[in-house]
Structure formats: structure tokens, C-alpha cells
Ligand binder design. Sequence first.
Ligand code: ATP
Length: 302
Amino acid sequence: MIEVRNLTKAYDGFIAVNNISFKLEKGEIVAFLGPNGAGKTTTLRVLTGYFPPTSGYCEIGGYNILEHPLEVKKLIGYLPETNPLYEEMTPREYLSFLGNIHGIKRLSHRIDEVSEQLGIRDVLDRPIREISRGYKRRVGLAQAILHDPPILILDEPTEGLDPIQSIQVRELIKELGKEKTILLSTHILPEAETIAKRIIIIHKGEIVADTPRDKLHEISGGETIIYAEIEGPTDIDWSGIPDIIDAKIVKSIESRHVWELKSHTDIRPQIFKLVKDRGWTLWGLESKHLSLEEIFAQLTRE
Ligand code: ATP
């Protein structure tokens, strides 16, 4: 559905995106993950036809984006980094305006449908300037899906939202992902991991990793750290779980002990089984995510 081949984009000689290539198959949800200034927005802007690449080739739905910009625009819904919403309009007026540009038939029915899907019915007739950021982002998503495109390109969809609004918008995106191909950019690692099954990491304009979500820790060469709070002995023999490379108690409250276990894989099921088999009590079991900074540090280590 999306193909990017040797894409480079320079601004006045400064190379923001340097010779990157990737492909998205139909139905994939892929997170484009990187810190501020990595080149995410630049790549998405090239893909959506906002400006041309300096060099390289991009194709959407089989169309070369430079030769067939109109066909490409029909295939994609784009949520830009900052919502270009007309603040004095109501969401209904804004969506009607865009729907007319797209030539959508039975537009008021379609606006009702999309409003229902994105939970914006209550604010449809209030001026956009009066509604919360979370609702504005939803209205932004509504404009992106209004013409029912098969591909969504979402630039930092939860930027500026509070934690609850972010969770709601992520849920919406996952829902939309059931029937669409989605490329979304984010600088939040847990967001990428919650929404996408595949993660492309971009750093200083270059792709440093392109991997299924659950392999991210493996390719970064990182360890998984697991905290297990167990009511049981202080001298547990962990050698039955071969993947464990280190185990120690980091906190004790009476007979409950928090173990910090390091491993190259997620061994939570084995820990659970061991505790159950021995008749101890498991009060907590969680794996610590490496932060994006820690993963970058590992991926870009000389
Ligand atoms: P952010 O999360 O901060 O939006 P990003 O990964 O989306 O970051 P880009 O916005 O693509 O990164 O920017 C990549 C680099 O290109 C940055 O160094 C940025 O300063 C530079 N850049 C972006 N837009 C322009 C522009 N119009 N003119 C000059 N330089 C630009």
C-alpha cells in the first residue's frame, strides 16, 4: 500500500531525511517512532504530497505520488501534526466543507456516521474554538476518515492530549486499524507499542530499526527486567528457568519479596508457573519497558 524507496529530503542543504526505504502492506499498522527532529513529519509530508522529495521514490496504492497526486489524495486520510481546523466553524460545518471538496454523496449521513464512530456527536454544533483538545484531535481524525480512505497517515495523533484523552484516541486508532492501513508517527515508545504491530525507528533522518513490536527488545540487544513480588522464601533457585541472567531481591515487606529478574526474553509465564507449582503466592508481576532513550542508546551504540 505504501512504498518508500531511497527517500531523501533536504531543507536548504540540511538533510532532514537521508535515503530511507520501507514498505507497508495492506492492513498493517506501523508506528514511525523517533525523537523530536528525527524526520518523521518531513517523511509524512512528502508522502502526503505537502512537498516533493529531494530524491527518491514514493508510491501509494500503486501510484507514484508525484505523477498521480489526486489519486493518492483519494486513498489517504491525513492527520497533520497541528490540526488545521477553522476555529470559528463548528465540527459539522468543517466536515461539510471538506466533504463537499471530496464530493461525498449523502454527506450529512456520512457526517453522522463518522461522528458516531469518533464520539463527537455532542460537540458537532459548537464552535471548534470552544471544544477541548481531545475533541479537536477527534475532529481531526474525523476529517481524515470522512472520505473513507483505505490508508491513514497520522502525525503524532496524541500530541498535547492529557493521559485519558490519549488512551481514548489510541483506542480509536486501533479500532480504525481493523479495516485500514495506518502509518502513524510518535515519539512515545509505549504509544507505538500499544497501537502498532511493527515499529520503524528513525533517528537523525535515518532508519535504525524496522521490526515487529515484540522483537524490539531483541534487536536492541537489550535485557528485559521483570519485577516479581512473591510471598515465599528468600533463597529461590531460579536455575530451572534457563533464560534468567540475574536474580536478586530489591525490596521486602515481611514475607513478601520483590525480585528483580533480568533476562533476554519475557519469562513471566515461566515465573508464574514456578510460583504456582511451589505453592507460593504471586502478588505482582510486571516487566519494565526500556525507555525510548535507552533503546536509542543501544541501537546507536558504536
Ligand atoms: P518532531 O517530533 O519535533 O516534529 P520530527 O521527527 O517530525 O520531529 P521533522 O519535523 O521532520 O522531525 O524535522 C526533521 C529536521 O528537519 C529537524 O532538524 C527540523 O529542524 C528540520 N526541519 C523541519 N522542517 C523544516 C523546514 N521547513 N525548514 C528547515 N528545516 C526544517
